[in-house]
Design a protein around this ligand. Structure first.
Ligand SMILES: Nc1ncnc2c1ncn2[C@@H]1O[C@H](COP(=O)(O)OP(=O)(O)OP(=O)(O)O)[C@@H](O)[C@H]1O
Ligand SMILES: [Mg+2]
Length: 243
């Protein structure tokens, strides 16, 4: 990548820990009596999920993150989305971010698909007027038929992914974050999503993708980092010579 290009995501020596909770020892009664101290003891240990990661992502780049379960990929993605903050180091992100994190994140189970789509659009920065004018297009892309007026709690994981992806691509993002979510979509929906992401690529949208599917990653991404135990262990630049 040309170093003169605009950087839109910058990680500078980023670390993130989660508190490690321990079992309540000595019984619940003792726990309640010694509450402040007991809570402190329970939270005393830290689990470092991300250990000093640095990278820069350029405008228009398709950037992949790979690695085993629990290696810290989603934690990194959540810091890009701004959902969680680093414990140490610095994360800078420039532009409107459309995050597709875990399944159902940001959805309210009792609201219908249509209501959730409206709410989600507003949470992602659209005005009421904008979301009203786009809602038909969003629902059409999601292709949920009459289920769109059923509560989200009745949805399958693939149906939730369809709705989430559909809202995200309609908010006109500068940066699209896709954490694994497409894995639960059926083949025709996955094809539709990748076609849309190729469109975004041509328009200069930056895409960060997490997947365990190496073939998909290597064909879609310009650059992939491999994470193990919260550290970057490798960078892969897929060889994409046109035939
Ligand atoms: N909210 C949390 N509280 C405590 N620990 C957490 C939390 N979220 C993640 N972790 C821990 O941090 C580590 C990294 O988790 P993360 O979800 O980032 O992994 P991942 O690479 O996305 O894994 P997967 O491929 O399974 O999605 C794991 O050991 C996990 O147990
Ligand atoms: Mg994950």
């Amino acid at each position: 990548m040309d170093s003169n290009q605009e950087k839109v995501i910058i990680f500078e020596d980023v670390w993130k820990y989660y508190p490690l909770y321990h079992e309540i020892t000595g019984g619940i009664k003792m726990f309640l009596i010694n509450m402040p101290k007991a809570i402190k003891r329970m939270r005393g240990n830290k689990f470092w999920a991300v250990n000093g990661v640095s990278f820069e992502i350029y405008k228009g780049e398709s950037f992949g993150i790979m690695g085993p379960n629990g290696s810290g990929k989603s934690t990194i993605m959540s810091m890009i989305a701004g959902v969680i903050k680093p414990s140490r180091g610095k994360v800078s992100v420039f532009g409107r971010v459309a995050p597709l994190l875990e399944l159902g994140a940001g959805f309210h189970p009792e609201l219908t698909g249509r209501e959730n789509a409206m709410l989600n659009g507003i949470l992602l920065g659209l005005t009421k007027k904008e979301i009203t004018s786009k809602i038909d297009e969003i629902l059409e892309f999601a292709g949920l038929g009459e289920f769109i007026d059923q509560p989200i709690r009745t949805y399958s994981s693939g149906m939730m992914a369809r709705l989430g992806f559909s809202v995200a691509i309609h908010i006109d993002p500068d940066i699209l974050l896709v954490d694994e979510i497409l894995a639960v979509g059926d083949e025709s929906f996955r094809k539709k999503c990748f076609a849309k992401m190729e469109d975004f690529k041509r328009q200069g949208v930056t895409i960060v993708l997490i997947s365990h599917d190496r073939v998909t990653m290597e064909s879609f991404c310009d650059r992939i980092i491999e994470i193990k135990e919260g550290k970057e262990v490798d960078t892969i630049v897929p060889n994409k010579n046109p035939q």
